[in-house]
Design a binder for this molecule. Structure first.
Ligand code: 5GP
Length: 203
């Protein structure tokens, strides 16, 4: 795998699908994978750290970065901006390091357009019923927020067929292993390898 180029892996999934846990397990299996830390104007949740989960900033700071053309893509949801910094992906890619991005469907499709070699993975719940139960059961969302998230789920489900892969999060470990397998297999694509290396080396 040493000669293969760095790869972008974009992971998306419905709100409440358990993306965070799955992605964390993927990182445990692939220690050389780098996470693209996004910028956001939303407030940190408990346990989240600046510069680890996100770069948390004010709307003014975010808009300064837009004006300075620092983002490869950004989006504004109901109340917050989210954006991927060019520096978060271009630097590791140039060094041959794989980068995993966790983006909403709009961001994922934009990255795919700009980086056709990127690999997009959608994490799906075992069923919509299970997801609704989980969203309600979390107890952290108001009825309006649940309603809004369910509407978002309906919209996002229309573009799942644009992703390269879809994995089901029934058991987080299994789902993470499937993503690890996708990443390993993608590296074996002829287009990602220097297949002529056997003629260069004497050994
Ligand atoms: P959360 O507030 O729950 O961390 O994230 C909300 C949504 O924004 C999730 O779907 C997450 O994947 C997405 N997101 C996080 N960072 C970015 C980003 O840089 N760009 C885009 N387009 N979406 C992002």
């Amino acid at each position: 795998m040493d000669d293969s180029k760095g790869m972008l892996i974009v992971v998306s999934g419905f709100s409440g699908v358990g993306k965070g846990t799955v992605v964390q397990l993927v990182f445990e299996s692939l220690p050389n994978l780098q996470f693209s830390i996004s910028c956001t104007t939303r407030k940190p949740r408990s346990g989240e750290e600046n510069g680890v989960n996100y770069f948390f900033m004010s709307e003014e700071e975010f808009e300064k970065k837009i004006a300075a053309d620092e983002f490869v893509e950004y989006t504004k949801t109901f109340t917050n901006y989210y954006g991927t910094l060019k520096s978060e992906i271009d630097k590791p890619l140039a060094r041959g390091v794989d980068v995993l991005l966790e983006l909403n469907v709009v961001g994922a499709m934009n990255i795919k357009k700009m980086y056709p070699d990127s690999v997009t993975v959608f994490i799906s719940p075992p069923s919509i019923g299970a997801l609704k139960a989980r969203l309600i059961g979390r107890g952290t969302e108001s009825p309006e927020s649940i309603e809004r998230r369910l509407k978002e789920i309906e919209n996002e489900s229309k573009v799942i067929d644009k992703y390269d892969y879809c994995v089901t999060n029934n058991i987080a470990r299994t789902c993470a292993d499937e993503i690890v397998n996708i990443i390993r297999s993608e590296h074996l694509r002829v287009s990602r390898q220097n297949v002529n290396k056997i003629f260069i080396s004497e050994e």
